[in-house]
Design a protein around this ligand. Sequence first.
Ligand SMILES: NC(=O)c1ccc[n+]([C@@H]2O[C@H](COP(=O)([O-])OP(=O)(O)OC[C@H]3O[C@@H](n4cnc5c(N)ncnc54)[C@H](OP(=O)(O)O)[C@@H]3O)[C@@H](O)[C@H]2O)c1
Length: 262
Amino acid sequence: MDLELDGKRVLVTGASKGIGLAIVRAFRAEGAEVVAVSRKTTAELEATGATFVSADLADPAAPRQMVETVLEMEPRLDVLVNNVGGGDTSGEVLSDPFGGGADAWAGVFALNLGAAVETTRAALPALTRSRGAVVNISSQNARDPRNAPLSYSAAKAALNAFSRGLAEQVAASGVRVNVVTPSGTRTPMLTAEDGFGADLAARRGIDQDALLAMVPQQAGMVTGTLIDPAEIARAVLLLASPTMASAVGSNWVVDGGALKTP
Ligand SMILES: NC(=O)c1ccc[n+]([C@@H]2O[C@H](COP(=O)([O-])OP(=O)(O)OC[C@H]3O[C@@H](n4cnc5c(N)ncnc54)[C@H](OP(=O)(O)O)[C@@H]3O)[C@@H](O)[C@H]2O)c1
């Protein structure tokens, strides 16, 4: 199947590992040029041949500066993937039924919502010229806020609303906006020694491997196993493909059956 992504210029945020890295690899395999953004690069990202740009996208000024840098390198952009995101894993947040205090909420919203809004705002003129596509990475927790801090679930729910609304606003200019919603996915967020999974396991007083084994069942995933990031990447590529002109404002769930509503 030719997705017509060969030679397209793609910007992926949160790209050095996990789902973002899988997305970079998948676009590269289709012959796309990729600019990959995170705070630090990794050997795995370097091996993809993507161009790396460093930015801390939790800083409200960073998305515009980053997009300007990317477009100064080459004034062309066909696809934007707003993948960066994650929760605040501090003890204060994990132990608080409110998902942390005002500062924690501001930080989580900055990374999961603000980065996507401001990156898209800055990239929209270039995407309009190319009649391009935006794909935003949400989470099961946006619609099923049981198993994550409320600040994270609420920020992802806001990302869903932003994405659906923007899809409507920009459709006439030829830009398509869509969302992919993963459930538990095997990435450093869950598997790293210093990530959300490790903090959650420590908080519950259990081994991290035991926690990883419990995630699918607790999330309601009927597959019983964590998702391979490459699966999320495949959904992103299809939504970004010019061959999918009618995919507008959609939210594709790839969650092992976790979300129970039709
Ligand atoms: N894994 C899951 O189970 C799961 C489930 C549902 C949704 N998601 C969503 O999927 C997306 C990717 O998650 P993941 O599991 O792949 O995460 P991950 O393994 O923690 O990777 C996060 C990526 O984002 C970068 N990043 C983090 N903070 C950043 C910042 N302030 N500025 C720029 N880059 C930053 C990281 O690199 P640096 O640290 O070098 O910056 C890394 O490349 C997120 O939006 C997440 O909410 C994940």
